[in-house]
Design a protein around this ligand. Structure first.
Ligand code: NAP
Length: 435
């Protein structure tokens, strides 16, 4: 029977980037970790698809059978770091069923199965740690669960996908095309060989699902999130956004109002005076507005071996100390998710139109007929010469905040004008001031 001062025995599933980091941090920082945890934390077993003899497991046993780990008699906690959905989910369930706490970095599993896993953990009286699942090394889960626990959180907005942020930063800074910036991100290890989950916003939506659940006490509502990626963002739009005093960032935004909660992931024009506009490269940042604390901002590395391991080890230290609690039973509040067409946002519109007099006035009239006011505009943008020899100029407009359904209707009406010669681009604008 383990005593209070006996080691916390850890079993790790997976031996990839994060798992190797966890082994390393537990080994290299063992003294300080023991001091803080009040007892040693020792990896006793590792299981993964294939052995990695080059990794120093510091005496831990190794098996290629991951399914043996949840019920292994020599482990007190299961750390799931294989990623993916099916096997990872069944490993987590098996460990919880065996009455063992779990630590996971798996945002995909939590976003889709977080409610049932929390209920199971609650029933079994064990904890389910997931600090590494959102924003890597940034302790944002801990901020929501502990530091801001006395607040009603009003909104959360974050740059929570390093791949998207790297690509948008490279495009804005060096004028690289989306394709070149993505290829560079892949070469540097910042993007997967198949980058779809990152660039199409799915990874950010997984993380925003977890953040919203913690921030507002709601269920994990991944399927109701409005998700847009960055593959449609062009150098032209980054340039016009700059002229208007904005930068384009890929944001996850969750905001509570009397009507419910907006949860959305999409490219956003952010004022260049805002701190989030200056979070560049692969870095992440999460801004949380609580009704007592006001704005608090968390910045750091959102991925990588050691930053992610730092978060996993923090969860293990909580467990070793005895401060990791099971999720509360019946914690979820029933909050409606507001459909995107009812969301209120300002919009950036780029309208490719022929270079003829009166076009801007016609566009402005149509917007006004849909109760949309113009906040700012670039009317004499650089003329573009097309194959048909006709000059066209983009009309670039920033609207005042308006219900999105009206923007959809207005854009359809403007698109139908004979002078509009190409697809209208629309990107939401957010001043990140809570309105
Ligand atoms: N990388 C990061 O910076 C980061 C940050 C935050 C969260 N995360 C999350 O952390 C988790 C792990 O990510 P990672 O980057 O460490 O992944 P990774 O480098 O691909 O490592 C995954 C490990 O699990 C093994 N594995 C995968 N599927 C398996 C299966 N079905 N059975 C047995 N072993 C299996 C892999 O074996 P093989 O090597 O043989 O394929 C590999 O050792 C994911 O949920 C990820 O979303 C990662």
């Amino acid at each position: 029977m383990p005593t209070v001062s006996s080691p916390l025995r850890v079993g790790i599933c997976g031996l990839g980037t994060v798992a190797r980091g966890v082994v390393r941090v537990l080994r290299e920082n063992s003294e300080i970790i023991q001091l803080r945890a009040g007892r040693p934390i020792v990896v006793t077993e590792v299981a993964s698809r294939r052995a990695r003899p080059e990794v120093d497991l510091a005496g831990a046993g190794f098996s290629t059978d991951v399914t043996s780990l949840p019920n292994h008699p020599e482990i007190d906690v299961l750390v799931e770091l294989i990623g993916g959905e099916d096997t990872a989910l069944s490993l987590i369930e098996s460990a919880l069923m065996a009455g063992k706490p779990v630590v996971t970095a798996n945002k995909a599993v939590l976003a889709r199965h977080g409610d049932e896993l929390q209920q199971l953990a609650s029933k079994q009286g064990v904890s389910l740690g997931c600090e590494a699942a959102v924003a890597g090394g940034i302790p944002v889960i801990s901020a929501l669960e502990h530091g801001l626990a006395g607040n009603e959180v009003e909104w959360v907005a974050g740059i929570i996908n390093g791949t998207c942020n790297y690509i948008l930063t490279a495009m804005a800074r060096s004028g690289q095309s989306f394709e070149t910036a993505l290829a560079d991100a892949q070469r540097l290890g910042y993007a997967e060989a198949d980058p779809t989950f990152d660039i199409e916003g799915v990874d950010a939506a997984h993380k925003l699902t977890i953040l919203s659940s913690l921030a507002f006490g709601m269920d994990h509502r991944f399927s109701e999130i409005h998700v847009e990626g960055i593959s449609g963002v062009t150098l032209e739009d980054l340039g016009y956004a700059g002229q208007l005093g904005y930068r384009i960032k890929h944001l996850g935004i969750a905001r509570r109002s009397a009507a419910g909660v907006e949860i959305r992931v999409h490219p956003t024009l952010v004022p260049e005076t805002h701190l989030l506009a200056h979070v560049d490269g692969v870095m992440n940042a999460v801004l949380i507005h609580g009704n007592a604390a006001g704005d608090t901002l968390y910045y750091g590395a959102g991925a990588g071996e050691l930053p992610s391991a730092s978060a996993v080890v923090a969860d293990l230290i909580d467990l070793a100390r005895g401060t990791a609690l099971p999720p509360a039973a019946n914690r979820a509040v029933d909050i409606p998710v507001i459909p995107i067409q009812q969301n209120v946002s300002a919009h950036y519109l780029r309208i490719p139109s022929s270079d003829r007099p009166g076009v801007f006035a016609r566009v402005a009239t149509l917007l006004s007929e849909h109760e949309i006011s113009i906040e700012a505009a670039i009317q004499r943008a650089q003329a573009i010469h097309t194959e048909s020899e006709e000059h066209w100029v983009p009309i670039v407009i920033v609207t005042q905040p308006v219900i999105e359904g009206k923007v959809t209707e207005a854009v359809a009406a403007v698109q139908a004008l004979p002078e509009v010669v190409g697809e209208i681009v629309r990107i939401r604008v957010d001043d990140l001031d809570g309105h």
